[in-house]
Ligand binder design. Structure first.
Ligand SMILES: Cc1cc2nc3c(=O)[nH]c(=O)nc-3n(C[C@H](O)[C@H](O)[C@H](O)COP(=O)(O)OP(=O)(O)OC[C@H]3O[C@@H](n4cnc5c(N)ncnc54)[C@H](O)[C@@H]3O)c2cc1C
Length: 469
């Protein structure tokens, strides 16, 4: 039997195959982060589980590096590789809702925009990504943080099953009863254990209209507003979701002219409950200080889920990191405020997302995802258009991230992490969970075929790309 090659295509594959020079190749290989510019030898646009089995088998048999593309939002750009096979799940984007038991089946390449549109037709939701083009796949496998998390938990806390194609090409149905260890690993362990062709979630009644929006304060008031927000959130009921966002005011008509493009503090609020009740509960937040603009109103949950879309265009240069904080003392707030006051790019966002509520109630051992009790999760999302500004933006982000390290909890949040090395990945799980994940990696992917991710290497192998990747 002849060895399969890139030229000969993929045996049994029915979807589209793209090679360098094909008209849609360049668009297909581009990911969210414009700093990532890689050229796979072959892009396999999968139309179903059989295509995924064929593509995984092809990578395994040829030794080609294998990248798995869900929504393409991973900031490191693991979704695409040089010279290898990019398994593109985007054509697999169906989302089906069964109202009788509130179950939702989402194919592995669906986005949150597609997911929310399908579920909200029935007044249902699962905690989902805050930008609608983000993939359900990568986000859910890394736990999944979103505007409903204090009410419903992380995305992975609503996962009830999955279909997984393993490195050996087996198609496994996974859930609490079948392959329970693998089911545990999928909830936080990332793309290490196979290609998830279908996610099954239990959705919750939500909306379709919620009280939400943003209160924008002058940057000079940031320390006072965030201190007040911190103290408010320490007592807030589960329905209160949101974040304190150090951003720059958008150049929009609703923003007074002198503030446009200047650093501001945006308090994002989403009340996942009755609108009138939300107005009462949120009053202390909405009435505090002297905001520049208050844009909090009843709005469709699908609109809340797209609030940040325009602020996050595809193709910008992105350098991100994140930390859980065990405390947010005044000194920490002052450090963030001082540095965000001289942010080098108006596109950059520094998000302080509160923990607590449903996030903290799931037992720590229930999922591979580990850090459940941190009161704050801080995301440093630096974004700028011009390669000439790379050094300045990266240096600024590093300095800011270092300034809150004294308050960081042991651990890491993989969904917003850059390429920060094996120790950070290990720290995200803690030693016991990491050992359990390695044992599962030995069982389901002993050759580390799925290595382009926040990698958990099988025993005896270094983490990261296989030789040739
Ligand atoms: C603009 C923007 C907004 C974001 N907002 C949020 C947010 O609100 N909350 C949050 O938690 N995170 C958020 N993230 C981070 C995001 O969750 C991670 O980057 C995640 O990895 C993206 O998943 P993806 O499928 O879009 O990305 P991809 O780059 O396609 O995938 C990342 C990795 O996930 C794995 N993967 C993806 N799909 C599958 C699958 N079906 N089966 C197996 N492996 C798979 C692969 O290993 C892949 O390399 C955001 C990112 C961006 C760029």
């Amino acid at each position: 039997m002849a060895t399969p090659t890139v030229e000969s295509g993929i045996r049994g594959f029915r979807g589209e195959l793209l090679r360098p020079g094909d008209p849609s190749y360049d668009d297909a290989r581009r990911v969210f982060n414009g700093m990532v510019d890689r050229s796979p030898a072959l892009i396999a646009r999968c139309t179903g589980t059989d295509d995924v089995v064929a593509a995984v088998g092809h990578a395994r048999d040829t030794g080609l590096p294998l990248a798995v593309h869900g929504g393409g939002h991973g900031v490191v750009g693991h979704a695409v590789c040089d010279g290898g096979l990019m398994l593109d799940l985007r054509p697999m984007n169906r989302v089906q809702v069964q109202v009788s038991d509130r179950s939702v089946r989402a194919e592995g390449g669906a986005t949150w925009g597609q997911f929310d549109a399908a579920t909200q037709e029935h007044g249902l939701a699962v905690t989902g990504g805050r930008v609608s083009s983000t993939g359900v796949g990568g986000l859910a496998l890394g736990s999944g943080s979103g505007w409903l998390e204090r009410t419903l938990g992380y995305t992975c806390d609503s996962l009830i099953g999955a279909q997984v194609v393993t490195a050996a090409g087996q198609v496994l149905e996974v859930g609490p009863e079948q392959e329970p260890d693998l089911f545990w690993a999928l909830r936080g362990g990332g793309g290490n254990f196979g290609v998830v062709t279908r996610f099954d979630f239990r959705a919750s009644p939500m909306g379709p209209v919620l009280l939400g929006g943003m209160v924008m304060h002058p940057h000079e008031a940031a320390v006072d507003v965030v201190r007040h927000y911190r103290d408010f959130m320490a007592q807030a009921p589960d329905e209160v979701n949101g974040a304190a966002a150090f951003i720059s005011a958008p150049p929009e008509p609703f923003v007074p002219e002198p503030v446009r493009g200047r650093p501001v503090l945006g308090l994002v609020v989403v009340y996942a409950g009755d609108v009138a009740q939300g107005q009462e509960v949120l009053r202390p937040l909405l009435d505090h200080g002297s905001p520049i603009v208050t844009m909090v109103q009843p709005m469709p949950y699908t609109a809340i889920q797209q609030m940040l879309d325009l602020a996050c265009p595809r193709g910008m240069r992105n350098w991100w990191t994140a930390d859980f904080l065990r405390e947010l003392p005044d000194d920490g707030i002052e450090a963030i405020a001082e540095r965000t006051g001289r942010v080098p790019s108006p596109m950059t966002q520094v998000i302080l997302a509160p923990g607590g509520g449903a996030l903290a109630r799931v037992p720590r051992e229930a999922t591979a995802f580990d850090l459940r009790d941190a009161p704050w999760n801080i995301h440093f999302l630096s974004m700028w258009p011009d390669p000439a500004d790379d050094e300045r933006n990266i240096a600024w982000t590093r300095e800011l991230a270092a300034s809150v390290k004294p308050y960081a909890a042991a651990g890491a949040y993989l969904n917003f992490l850059g390429d920060e090395g094996a120790d950070r990945v290990r720290a995200a799980f803690g030693p016991d969970k990491y050992d359990r994940l390695v044992a599962l990696k030995d069982r389901y992917d002993p050759d580390n075929l799925f290595c382009l991710n926040q990698n958990i290497a099988p025993s005896g192998r270094p983490p990261g790309p296989r030789a040739g990747s």
